[in-house]
Design a protein around this ligand. Structure first.
Ligand SMILES: Cc1cc2nc3c(=O)[nH]c(=O)nc-3n(C[C@H](O)[C@H](O)[C@H](O)COP(=O)(O)OP(=O)(O)OC[C@H]3O[C@@H](n4cnc5c(N)ncnc54)[C@H](O)[C@@H]3O)c2cc1C
Length: 414
């Protein structure tokens, strides 16, 4: 019997997930990646000066069942930790106060874990968000309430990377429903970093299954004949596809638009900026939320703090040094409140990572959805496919679904 060979283009999380699924039942897989390393938008940077950090902070929730199953499969569950088991400390710059907030909507019923300014009226509106089946901008469901600033806006940009004024209430509502489940609202971060705790363990398992990763191999075009992919034109060669070969394009939407121009894909994106400041941090990671500041979240590691500005359209073209200085002034008091020895007047030199197309813009209303298997032997994967927020969870789900679609199983978009 000829073993099915799966050619997977793109070694981001969706591609790694597809490779894992393709080799679950003894199949063969090859990964082609344009960059010099795997990981895509989940990557660790190793610059020559030795200041190692991720491109940006990535969190998972225990509600992300496919992501947790992926971690289990690659033996990396223990590498992800819950930095704030007692609720996330949220620092309000205006009041200079810090309070812990639970991430489960149930916890907002308790004064000790509810967000600032939450009143009974707000609970009704949040319930509407959770239950609503029609899709509207999140801000129009909640209205102009203090809770917008203290909870809804930061949560919306964290989950959907889209401002609440535009973001899809349906996508956020679906996430909140998942967070309602018992034990589902724990926030997890990689203990050391995305490469060490996610990408490298996946590659180790794939390598043990005989999967080859070919880096610096950009796919230039897909050769198609009669509804079938017949070849892959890479930077320096053409891979001819045999009758039992199959392909997964685990690529961002703009690459699919270039390679298969008739396929509908989303074409609006949102940036994320991350500012990484070297400093002496605690032994275990800490995580804080910020209100009244440009940035929304900060992850504090042993040797640096990474500060995230999501849905960063308004900031992306500003002078980065100026923005880094502003962010430092804003977060230094929060870091001091956590017990760190920092001086607001002595800003460490920041490393800035701009991800201009960090995710698709997840606005209210339908987004273009491609067929999962547009050619008989070719399927698509990527965080932007399906109806989940564009995250690690959706990337893993899409990778697995692409392989199921090629195996001719029934695929239900989640
Ligand atoms: C700063 C930042 C913070 C984020 N925070 C979170 C978070 O907290 N939680 C969360 O769950 N998600 C988060 N995300 C989203 C998460 O990173 C993505 O959803 C996920 O990594 C997408 O994986 P992917 O495989 O679909 O796409 P990608 O990671 O984009 O992978 C696509 C791969 O294809 C390669 N490629 C592109 N074109 C070609 C070509 N022609 N030939 C060959 N290879 C090609 C690329 O180099 C890349 O490696 C964040 C993203 C960013 C940028």
């Amino acid at each position: 019997m000829t073993m099915k060979r799966t050619h997977i283009v793109g070694a981001g999380i969706a591609g790694l997930s597809a490779a894992l699924a393709a080799t679950d039942e003894d199949g063969e897989a090859v990964l082609y990646e344009a960059a010099p390393q795997a990981g895509g938008r989940c990557r660790t940077l190793y610059p020559p000066d030795g200041f190692v950090h991720d491109n940006g902070t990535h969190v998972l929730f225990t509600a992300n069942r496919r992501a947790l199953a992926f971690l289990r499969a690659i033996g990396a569950t223990h590498r992800w930790a819950e930095p704030e088991p007692g609720g996330v400390p949220i620092y309000n710059r205006r009041t200079e106060r810090m309070r812990r907030v639970g991430l489960s909507p149930w916890s907002w019923l308790f004064p000790s874990r509810c967000p600032e300014g939450l009143g009974p009226q707000d609970l009704g509106r949040i319930l509407r968000l959770i239950l609503s089946s029609c899709d509207r901008p999140v801000a129009s469901v909640i209205g102009e309430r203090p809770i917008m600033e203290s909870l809804i806006e930061p949560l919306t940009v964290a989950v959907l990377n889209t401002p609440a004024a535009e973001a899809s209430s349906k996508r956020l509502g679906r996430t909140l429903r998942l967070l309602l489940r018992p034990g589902a609202s724990k926030l997890l971060v990689a203990r050391c970093g995305l490469n060490e705790d996610l990408v490298a363990p996946a590659l180790t398992l794939l390598q043990a299954r005989g999967v080859r990763l070919l880096t610096s191999q950009r796919l230039r075009s897909v050769l198609v004949d009669n509804g079938r992919a017949t070849g892959l034109a890479l930077a320096d060669r053409i891979i001819a596809l045999g009758p039992s070969d199959q392909v997964v394009l685990a690529l961002p939407p703009w690459e699919i638009a270039r390679l298969l121009p008739t396929i509908p894909v989303p074409c609006r994106f949102e940036p994320i900026l991350n500012f990484h400041y070297p400093l002496r941090g605690p032994d275990r990671p800490r995580f804080i939320g910020l209100i009244g500041t440009l940035a929304q979240w900060a992850l504090i590691r042993r040797d640096h703090v990474s500060v995230t500005v999501s849905a960063a359209d308004a900031v992306i073209d500003r002078d980065v040094n100026e923005v880094a200085a502003q962010i430092w002034r804003e977060i230094a008091p929060a870091l001091a409140a956590l017990g760190l020895n920092v001086d607001v007047d002595r800003q460490p030199r920041a490393r800035v990572v701009k991800e201009k197309r960090a995710t698709i813009r997840q606005a209210a209303g339908p987004l273009p959805q491609p067929p999962v298997r547009p050619l008989v032997n070719l399927a698509l994967a990527g965080d932007w496919i399906g109806y989940l927020p564009a995250t690690i969870e959706s990337a893993i789900t899409a990778g697995e679904d692409a392989i199921s679609a090629l195996r001719d199983r029934h695929v239900k978009l989640t």
